[in-house]
Design a protein around this ligand. Structure first.
Ligand code: 5AD
Ligand code: SF4
Length: 479
């Protein structure tokens, strides 16, 4: 969005969470200050930034905004860390694995920085919003120059300017309910697939999850801002837009002109040949109205990512999910009724504290009943500060690993059966990648297919007939 459009929006409505137009204008001034410093420091050569993102699409989208700022400051981008003058890690706190990888990666930067002392190392994102993390970085990683949390993303120019001029370490980790900042430039990673955040934060406090603590309270972007960005994406050739939020079904819950179903329809009504996806839907807030809207809107993918986490009611209650197995299944039943070709995917946690094997089997029976296209399955990982982290957790990691494999095997069978049913059918596929004479892309239902084709077709929709299926991998040909 242009600055004048932002100013216009700001005058129209400055919601509780919105960052003022003046603040963004101030940040734009810092962009030019930082640019001047960089120009004199690099004598006209382009300084290079290595930006790496851990975690979910929300983080990917945040990184696109930070890259927008950096590119306005004059940074180019590199994939080779040793070439970088700035290394920025956007971190994830959702599970231990991502968390540990960040420490590993930051540790590995030490010898690189010793050879290149001018390198700036910056860490941001969810992990940095946790006090025990930034304290550890402050104490044990003295070569890290800049640390900022999720609430300070819009102030990157100011923070970079401070680092560039002051030479001191900068920590900006204020804990607050978060902001919505319009008018940040975006440097998108892809030209035909676009991430479009519609809301930030989460109010749900599922007992295992750290997100509400590090991302603040739920807040929705104005529908004007979302629609303006959607139009911009479509005009620039984007064919696949994914609307992002921790719980998109509660978009504008605290007031606003459109609810989520209405927003979806408004985007569907924009002229052009494109697809709309969204994630993540929370079953407790998923409505029949939304499912009807999906069914009616021809540009909305018939794909629903609806995490159920556990198939057992006692475990769901302990997780504070706010729905039962029966409610989940009734949503699935309705979705299948109004969209017979619907493709369902989900997130699952195996080995929640206190879960028994019998309770875990309820999860297996649920996936068999629903027949998901694919699943994202995680072994429970305790997160500091969450309610579940203090619950007794008697089942060993080894046993949870066995349950995990059991679930994976069950899903592989289901996926193989689903793939077999796709044999001989024709699907509209967006060509996403090319390698060695083969294209690959996803169907409307988010199933990957590969097929022969020319690289020039990447970014185009083609009709592909499925000709072979090995387990759950599909191949086809353009018709
Ligand atoms: N342990 C394991 N998985 C988790 N998730 C969130 N928190 C945890 C945790 N502590 C999973 C949930 C969520 C997905 C994004 O990550 O399944 O839907
Ligand atoms: Fe975490 Fe639950 Fe919020 Fe999703 S809905 S981000 S799992 S607290």
């Amino acid at each position: 969005m242009s600055l004048s459009e932002v100013a216009h929006l700001s005058q129209l409505q400055l919601g509780k969470f919105e960052v003022s137009f003046d603040e963004i204008k101030k940040q734009r001034e810092y962009v030019s200050f930082a640019k001047t410093v960089l120009e004199s420091r690099f004598g006209g050569e382009t300084p290079l930034a290595f930006v790496h993102t851990f975690g979910c699409q929300g983080n990917v989208s945040d990184s696109e905004r930070m890259k927008g700022w950096l590119s306005q400051m004059g940074y180019g981008f590199t994939e080779v860390i040793e070439q970088a003058d700035l290394v920025l890690y956007n971190t994830c706190a959702v599970r231990e694995h991502a968390h540990d990888r960040v420490y590993g990666n930051v540790g590995a930067l030490k010898p690189i920085k010793e050879k290149k002392p001018g390198m700036i190392i910056a860490l941001c994102g969810c992990m940095m919003q946790q006090e025990h993390v930034w304290q550890k970085i402050r104490k044990s990683y003295p070569y890290v120059n800049l640390v900022f949390g999720t609430h300070a993303l819009h102030r990157l120019p100011e923070l970079m300017y401070k680092v560039l001029c002051g030479g001191k370490r900068v920590f900006e980790v204020e804990n607050c309910d978060g902001y919505i900042a319009e008018g940040i430039p975006v440097r998108r990673d892809g030209s035909f697939k676009g991430w479009l955040p519609i809301m930030y934060g989460c109010n749900n406090f599922c007992s295992y999850c750290v997100v509400p603590y590090v991302r603040g309270r739920e807040r929705s972007r104005s529908s004007l801002a979302v629609l303006a960005e959607a139009k911009e994406l479509i005009a620039s050739g984007c064919k696949d837009i994914t609307l992002l939020g921790q719980n998109v079904n509660s978009y504008n819950r605290d007031g606003g002109d459109l609810n989520f179903a209405q927003l979806l329809e408004a985007i569907n009504n924009i002229e052009g040949d494109f697809r709309i996806r969204f994630m993540t839907s929370h079953p407790k807030d998923c409505t029949f109205e939304l499912l009807d809207t999906m069914a009616r809107c021809e540009k909305v993918s018939k794909h629903l990512h609806l995490p159920f986490q556990s198939g057992n009611n006692r475990v769901l209650k302990e997780m504070n999910r706010g729905y039962t197995r029966e409610k989940y299944l009734s949503l699935v039943e309705y979705a299948k009724k109004v969209m017979p070709d619907i493709s369902l995917t989900s997130d699952i946690i195996v080995g929640f504290p206190g879960e028994t094997y019998e309770e875990f089997r309820d999860t297996v029976s649920l996936i068999e009943e629903v027949e998901f296209t694919s699943l994202f399955t995680f072994i429970y990982s305790p997160r500091e500060g969450t309610k579940a982290a203090s619950m007794p957790d008697p089942v060993s990691r080894k046993e949870k690993g066995e349950w995990f494999r059991e679930l994976t095997l069950a899903q592989e069978k289901i996926a193989a059966e689903r793939c077999k049913k796709m044999l001989g059918q024709t699907y509209r596929v967006l060509c996403e990648d090319y390698a060695d004479g083969r294209l690959s892309g996803r169907t409307d239902g988010s199933v990957m297919i590969d097929f022969d084709g020319d690289e020039s077709r990447v970014g185009e929709f083609v009709n592909v007939k499925v000709t072979s299926c090995r387990n759950w991998t599909l191949s086809g040909e353009i018709i």
